[in-house]
Design a binder for this molecule. Structure first.
Ligand SMILES: *Cc1c(COP(=O)(O)O)cnc(C)c1O
Length: 409
C-alpha cells in the first residue's frame, strides 16, 4: 500500500516513529493494536458523531445483514433515509444516494453544469470537495484564473473551469463573476479541510445574493457539516439556503454513503428522471442506509446538539486558555461538534492565514497528545470532532494533558 495507508492523512507517526494501527473502537474511544487506549477526537473524520460502534446501530445492521447486504435494486430503506434527509435539510427536495463524499461532489459538479449549461465553477482556496480532478485546485489569488492543478495526473483541461476565490471575501467572488459565466459557487459552509475556519453570516448571505444576481447556483458541500453543525446542517444554523447540497460522512453512520440533493427542478436533471448520467452498483445499499437511518434517529433526539456545543466549547476554550497561559500563540474556535486550533496569533478567516500557523509545533503537539492517550486530527489542516459519547471527564483529562504538553512544547 503506498505509504502504508489507504488514504494519505492517516500516515502520521506515533511513539518511536511507528504508525498507529487501530484494533477496535467504541463510544468516544479507540484502541490500537498494542492495546493503548485513546480519547478519539477524529471519530473516523466525522461519521462517529453518536459514538463508535453504537449498540442500536450494530443491532440494526446485524438484523439487516440477515436479509442481505446489497440488492443492486431499490430497497425501502432508501425511501426512509431520503425522507429523513429531505425533512431535515432546508434546501433538499430530492436526493440521490452514492457511496462517498467524493462521488457526491462529482455528481454535483456535473449536475450544476448540466442545469446551467455553463462550465465554470468557483471554489475557495483551502476548501476540499473530494479527490475528483476538477476540484484539485487551490491556486493562490494571483493565478486564480489559470486554474492550475495541485496533483500530477490531473490534466489542465480538467481544472480549466475551476476558478478559486478567497474564503470570507465577497469581493474576490464578485470579481470572478463579473468576468466569467459561472455554473455554481461551491464551498464548505464551515471549513474543516484547512483546519477549522468559520464563515461570517454576511459572507454566506452575500454568496446567496451574488448567486441570484449572476444567475449561478449556490452549492454547500455539507459532507462534513451536514447533521453536525445542526441537524439541518450549516444551512439551518446560518439560515442561508443553497440550491444544491452535498452530504456524506454522518449520513452513513460509519458506512460508505454520499448524497447530493436540492431543488426539485434541478434534481430532475439526474438520470433516469433527466439526461444527466450518474450511477452506482452499491449506491443506496440496505446496509449503508440502515447505519444512516439509525444514526440520524439518535441525533434527532432532544439534547444532542446541546451536548455537542457544551462539550466542544469547554474543550477548545480550555485548550486555547492553556496554550496562551503557557505563552504560545494559539487561536481557534468551534461550532457545535466541530473545532480547530492553529499555532498562530490569528484570527484565521481564510486559507492563506492558516498557512501562518507553526506546523512543526503542531506536529509536536499532536504527537505528545497522542502519547498521552488523546487522538486529535494529525494535520494542522484538519478539523477535530466530538460526539454524543464524549463526557465532561474526557474533556477534563484532555485539558490536563494539554496543560502538560503546552508546558513542554
Ligand atoms: C470528506 C469530505 C469530502 C470527501 O468525502 P469522502 O467520503 O472522503 O470521499 C468532500 N467534501 C468535504 C467537505 C469533506 O469534508
Amino acid at each position: 500500500m503506498p505509504g502504508g495507508v489507504s488514504s494519505p492523512v492517516r500516515a502520521f507517526k506515533s511513539v518511536g516513529g511507528n504508525p498507529v494501527v487501530f484494533d477496535r473502537v467504541k463510544g468516544a474511544y479507540a484502541w490500537d493494536v498494542d492495546g493503548n487506549k485513546y480519547i478519539d477526537y477524529v471519530g473516523t473524520w466525522g461519521p462517529a458523531i453518536i459514538g463508535h460502534a453504537d449498540d442500536t446501530v450494530l443491532e440494526a445492521l446485524n438484523k439487516q445483514m440477515q436479509k442481505g447486504t446489497s440488492f443492486g435494486a431499490p430497497c425501502a430503506l432508501e425511501n426512509e433515509l431520503a425522507k429523513m434527509v429531505i425533512d431535515a435539510v432546508p434546501s433538499v427536495e430530492m436526493v440521490r444516494f452514492c457511496n462517498s463524499g467524493t462521488e457526491a461532489c462529482m455528481g454535483m459538479i456535473r449536475l450544476v453544469r448540466a442545469y446551467t449549461k455553463r462550465d465554470r465553477v468557483i471554489k475557495f482556496e483551502g476548501c476540499y470537495h473530494g479527490h475528483a480532478d476538477a476540484f484539485l485546485v487551490q491556486a493562490g489569488s494571483g493565478v486564480a484564473t489559470l486554474g492550475l492543478p495541485d496533483s500530477p495526473g490531473v490534466p489542465k483541461g480538467a481544472t480549466a473551469g475551476t476558478l478559486c476565490a478567497t474564503y470570507n471575501d465577497l469581493a474576490s467572488v464578485e470579481e470572478i463573476l463579473k468576468e466569467n459565466e459561472v455554473a455554481a459557487i461551491i464551498l464548505e459552509p464551515v471549513v474543516g479541510n484547512s483546519g477549522f475556519i468559520a464563515p461570517t453570516k454576511e459572507f454566506l448571505q452575500g454568496l446567496r445574493d451574488l448567486s441570484t444576481k449572476y444567475g449561478c447556483l449556490l452549492v454547500f458541500d455539507e459532507v462534513m457539516t451536514g447533521f453536525r453543525i445542526a441537524y439541518g446542517g450549516a444551512q439551518e444554523y446560518f439560515g442561508v439556503t443553497p440550491d444544491i447540497t452535498t452530504m456524506g460522512k454522518v449520513i452513513g453512520g460509519g458506512l460508505p454513503v454520499g448524497a447530493y440533493g436540492g431543488r426539485k427542478d434541478i434534481m430532475e436533471m439526474v438520470a433516469p428522471a433527466g439526461p444527466m448520467y450518474q450511477a452506482g452498483t452499491l449506491s443506496g445499499n440496505p446496509l449503508a442506509m440502515t447505519a444512516g437511518i439509525e444514526t440520524l434517529k439518535r441525533l434527532k433526539q432532544p439534547g444532542s446538539y446541546e451536548h455537542l456545543e457544551k462539550v466542544t466549547s469547554r474543550l477548545i476554550d480550555g485548550i486555547l486558555e492553556a496554550g496562551k497561559a503557557a505563552g504560545h500563540e494559539v487561536c481557534g474556535g468551534h461550532i457545535s461538534g466541530m473545532f480547530g486550533l492553529f499555532f498562530c496569533k490569528g484570527p484565521v478567516t481564510a486559507f492563506h492565514e492558516a498557512t501562518a500557523s507553526d506546523t512543526k509545533k503542531f506536529g509536536r503537539w499532536h504527537r505528545m497528545m497522542l502519547e498521552r492517550g488523546v487522538y486529535l486530527a494529525p494535520s494542522q489542516y484538519e478539523a477535530g470532532f466530538t460526539g454524543l459519547c464524549h463526557t465532561e471527564e474526557d474533556v477534563d483529562y484532555t485539558l490536563k494533558m494539554a496543560k502538560e504538553v503546552f508546558a513542554l512544547l
